[in-house]
Design a binder for this molecule. Structure first.
Ligand SMILES: [Fe+2]
Length: 448
């Protein structure tokens, strides 16, 4: 009756965790709530009520979502567990209280509360895009549209004890207007999302539909125009129809952008991105990460190479000055279904010949395509640009490990075996972030 549980964080991620789930009960039929508490505590569990949302056929923008693809989504509930102790283990269970007072319970799960912003502890992040879903019985119902999807899901389920939070940066189920596929996808990832915050970004297959205010006038969402994604997952955007948000996780700050809405200078989103990048105190949160679905940075994927741009149209022209000014460490993208990593770049030029051990002054951003979550693979151009350090045309995902404020490990793993095929380290101190490079500092004077 109720299931497909997913955890999520708020912007100042610590202290709180949200849990979102789907049921067949509207609020007039049963009251949704979450019962939760600290593992090992003697205190009685807390019951916190959940809010309820749904969406109707009329909220879909076109076909097939409005016609043959429509299916009632049920009711989507979100509850906020508050005043959590950083890094402590909690248990929780969703429930619905019926009019006669009896309760229909979900399964019991546990999670670890997020670290406070700036907290020095081991912090491990998973990043990938474009995963999709598939059938375990081999029925091949979706014509092998996302052939790597189950491998990626299974590697992440096996490895649950070795990471803390997941970022799935767009193109989630590829439901494309067939609404029931959202439930198939959320069920597939529930063993992960019930235990780890599962943070998402918006992709073309979630949002794009002609004449609906997006940046790309294409039909990739099958008429969904963002409604299922924006309702079925919680993420800390001020207006969830604008899919951009920031989230702090210990020593990390993530600025998640929405590549399906205009990001250029002068837009509301551009202002948000600058605000997100500029308001982080790097002595406590040294690891600054940008993410978006489409490649706003660099990719030598064949269709971008054919355009001669190695990016989406106008992808980086406005944003690169922000990445540089605010010294973004790594910018992640999906959309292209393969893996690629660049050297640290300043205006398309490598700022160092080093390939795997970065240290000292920070003067460039590393761009990563991690779109090999599961959907059919994309090809590269044959000529390899000099900024492209590592390419892998296979299914995989990225893991970031912050050991402390000055040491970060980046690993790319294949979904087939979970082994590491590319990696690098960053070792630096606060002064290396502060040091003026390019246009990152105001002019100075020697006057006394
Ligand atoms: Fe995409």
């Amino acid at each position: 009756m109720a299931g497909n549980v997913k955890l999520s964080l708020l912007a100042r991620g610590w202290l709180q965790m949200t849990v979102t789930w789907t049921s067949g009960y509207d609020i007039s039929e049963a009251y949704p709530f979450v019962e939760w508490g600290k593992v090992g505590a003697v205190a009685a569990p807390t019951r916190t009520p959940a809010g309820t949302l749904t969406f109707s056929r009329g909220s879909m923008c076109g076909e097939p979502a409005r016609t043959v693809g429509w299916r009632e989504p049920g009711f989507i509930h979100t509850a906020f567990m508050r005043d959590l102790w950083p890094n402590k283990e909690y248990y929780y269970k969703i429930g619905h209280e019926l009019p006669d007072g009896s309760v229909v319970w979900g399964k019991a799960y546990s999670f670890r509360a997020p670290p406070s912003p700036g907290q020095n502890s081991l912090q491990r992040i998973i990043v990938f895009g474009d995963m999709g879903k598939a059938e375990r019985d081999g029925s091949n119902e979706f014509a092998n549209y996302q052939p790597g999807s189950l491998n990626t899901t299974d590697r992440l389920i096996e490895d649950l004890d070795n990471y803390d939070i997941v970022f799935h940066i767009g193109d989630m189920p590829y439901a494309n207007g067939y609404i029931s596929q959202w439930d198939q996808f959320t069920a597939q990832v529930a063993p992960i999302s019930a235990k780890k915050p599962y943070m998402i970004a918006s992709g073309n297959h979630e949002r794009d539909w002609p004449n609906t205010g997006g940046f790309f006038d294409v039909e990739d969402s099958g008429g969904e125009c963002g409604v299922p994604a924006e309702t079925m997952y919680y993420y800390p955007a001020e207006n969830r129809a604008n899919f951009w948000y920031k989230v702090d996780y210990g020593m990390f700050r993530f600025c998640v952008a929405d590549s399906e809405h205009d990001w250029r200078e002068g837009t509301e989103q551009y202002k948000f991105i600058e605000q997100c990048l500029s308001t982080v105190d790097r002595k406590h949160q040294p690891w600054l990460i940008f993410a978006a679905h489409r490649v706003l940075g660099y990719s030598s994927n064949s269709w971008y190479a054919a355009q001669g741009s190695f990016e989406e149209p106008e992808g980086r022209e406005s944003l690169q000055k922000l990445w540089q000014k605010y010294r973004v460490d790594i910018a992640f993208f999906g959309h292209v279904h393969n893996y690629e990593r660049t050297c640290p770049l300043y205006q398309s030029q490598c700022v160092t010949g080093e390939r795997s051990r970065y240290s000292g002054t920070m003067n460039g951003t590393i761009f990563v395509v991690a779109g090999g979550g599961g959907s059919h693979l994309s090809t590269y151009t044959t000529a390899i640009p000099n900024w492209s350090i590592f390419r892998d045309q296979d299914f995989g995902f990225v893991k970031l490990t912050a050991f402390n404020h000055s040491s970060l490990l980046f690993e790319y793993k294949k979904s087939s075996d979970g082994h590491v095929y590319d990696s690098f380290t960053v070792d630096r101190d606060y002064r290396d972030v502060l040091r003026c490079v390019h246009d990152s500092c105001f002019p100075t004077t020697l006057a006394t």
